[in-house]
Design a protein around this ligand. Sequence first.
Ligand code: ADP
Ligand code: AMP
Length: 214
Amino acid sequence: MKIIMLGAPGAGKGTQAKKIAEQYGIPHISTGDIFRANIKGGTELGMKAKSYMDQGQLVPDDVTIGMLLDRISQEDCKGGYVLDGFPRTIPQAESLTEALNGRGEKMDYAVNVDVPDTAIVERMSGRRACLSCGATYHIRYNAPSKENVCDACGQALVLRDDDKPETVQKRLTVYHDQTQPLIEYYQKAGILVTVDGTKDLHDVFADITAVLGA
Ligand code: ADP
Ligand code: AMP
C-alpha cells in the first residue's frame, strides 16, 4: 500500500504515519526526518536544507524531489510506504505521479489530516522531538513516561527551532500557499481521504484504518 499524508505542519501526519507504518509493515518516509538526519550528520544536503528549514521555508524542489524519488526506489519500498511531508508543492506531486506512472505504479491513498490553524500553534509549541530516533511527543496529549526523555531510545527531547511560534506562523503561511492546493490535486486523482485531525490521536487512527482496511 502506498500512502501520502497531507495536512498542515503539526496536524499529526508524523504521529499517524508511524502508526500506519507499524500496522501495515511498510516504511515511514519523512522528508523532514531525512533533512534533520543530514543536518545532524553535517552533510552537504543538510547544509543546503538548514537555512530554509530554520526560516520556515520549503527546501527547493530540485533538492527535495531527487532525494525522495531515490528513497522510494530502495528495496524496502517494494511493498509500499507511507510518505510524511512529501509532496509539499504541486511540482513535487507531479514528479511523484510521473515517476510512479513510469514504473506502472500508483498511489493508493492521500490522507488529509484536517486541523484548523487555531489548534496548530498549541500542537507545535507542545511538541517535543527526539533528534536521535525521530520519535515525537506532546507535553499534554502524548507525553513521554519520563519528562523530556525519549521512551524509544532514552535520548533527551527538544523543542525544534522551527516549532517556535514565530516560525510556526511562517510555516502555516507557506502551507496555505504551496501545500494546500495538493488537496484538490489528489481529490481530482480520486484518492483523497479527509479525516478530522482534532480528535484524540487514537480516534484519528481508527478513522484512517476504517478507510484503508485492516
Ligand atoms: P506533523 O507530522 O503533521 O507535523 P506531528 O505528528 O508531529 O505533526 O504532531 C504535532 C504535535 O501534535 C505532536 O506533539 C503530537 O504529539 C501532537 N498530536 C498529534 N496528533 C494529535 C492529536 N490527534 N491530538 C492532540 N495532539 C496530537
Ligand atoms: P517536517 O518535519 O515535515 O515538519 O518538515 C520540516 C521542514 O523540512 C519543513 O518546514 C521544510 O523546511 C523541510 N521539508 C520537509 N519536507 C519537505 C518537502 N517535501 N519540500 C520542501 N521542504 C520540506
